[in-house]
Design a protein around this ligand. Structure first.
Ligand code: 13P
Length: 253
């Protein structure tokens, strides 16, 4: 953590929660985090529960994120969701390029970049996800993969938009596995991302960029992760599905 950067704690609910379950979860969470100041708290329900959660968190210190969007404004794209639809439901953020989307739904740096550009064009704040697989790490390709994903995802993004972007570093091998990267391992990659941003933009932009860690973050390990100088937040899957555990995480010391 660095006092210059506001911590951002986000829950990615993935393909979980009906609208009723989502309303219940958000409703229980709100009072548990209402006293939190100086931190951004974000919930990412599935598309079908966005409206229910939006209603529940209205007027609170919790904001709404979608888990994906399409890069076109509208039209013949069966099954897809546009930025305008997300804004209409009260979304402020959108998660883009999650490794599950890259792995199972064929997303590439190119499609991820189109989505980042569309989000910015329409006024949504992108949470751009990057991360290496275990095979890539073991093959010594960590730097290459992260650099490629960062450069590709941010292609043609002007400096003036960079303060709207959050990057989430999520090592694929740590997602849903209970294997958290050590705080040192995570920080090393966050520092690498920051150096890349400095090279692509400037020292100021790099210093201001918020980089979240994701991958088996829990109330037990969040504080040691957040104590690292380049870790500015967490993108949380499993532990965000219970109000008490996500609240404990948000309230990290
Ligand atoms: P887990 O916290 O369940 O490991 O998931 C992390 C993640 O993918 C958040 O986007």
């Amino acid at each position: 953590m660095n006092p210059k950067r506001r911590p951002i704690l986000a829950g990615n609910w993935k393909m979980n929660m009906t609208a009723a379950q989502a309303r219940d979860l958000a409703g229980k969470l709100v009072p548990l985090v209402s006293g939190v100041t100086g931190r951004d708290i974000v919930l990412g329900p599935p598309f079908t529960a966005l409206a229910a959660v939006a209603e529940t968190i209205k007027g609170t210190n919790v904001s709404l994120s979608a888990q994906d969007l399409h890069w076109e404004d509208k039209g013949a794209f069966t099954g897809e969701i546009s930025a305008e639809m997300l804004l209409d439901l009260g979304c402020r953020y959108v998660i883009i390029g999650h490794s599950e989307r890259r792995q199972y739904f064929g997303e590439t740096d190119e499609t991820v970049n189109k989505k980042v550009r569309q989000a910015l064009k329409k006024g949504l704040l992108p949470i751009l996800c990057v991360g290496e697989t275990l095979a890539e790490r073991e093959a010594g390709k960590l730097n290459e993969i992260i650099s490629r994903q960062v450069t590709g995802g941010l292609k043609d993004i002007p400096t003036s938009d960079m303060q709207k972007i959050v990057i989430a570093y999520e090592p694929v091998w740590a997602i849903g596995t209970g294997k958290t990267a050590t705080p040192e391992q995570a920080n090393e990659v966050h520092a690498l991302i920051r150096r890349k941003i400095k090279a692509l933009y400037s020292a100021d932009i790099a210093e201001g960029l918020r980089i979240q860690y994701g991958g088996s973050v829990t109330p037990e390990n969040v504080s040691t992760l957040m104590a690292m100088p380049d870790i500015d937040g967490a993108l949380v899957g499993g532990a965000s599905l219970k109000p008490e555990s996500f609240a404990a995480l948000v309230n990290f010391k």
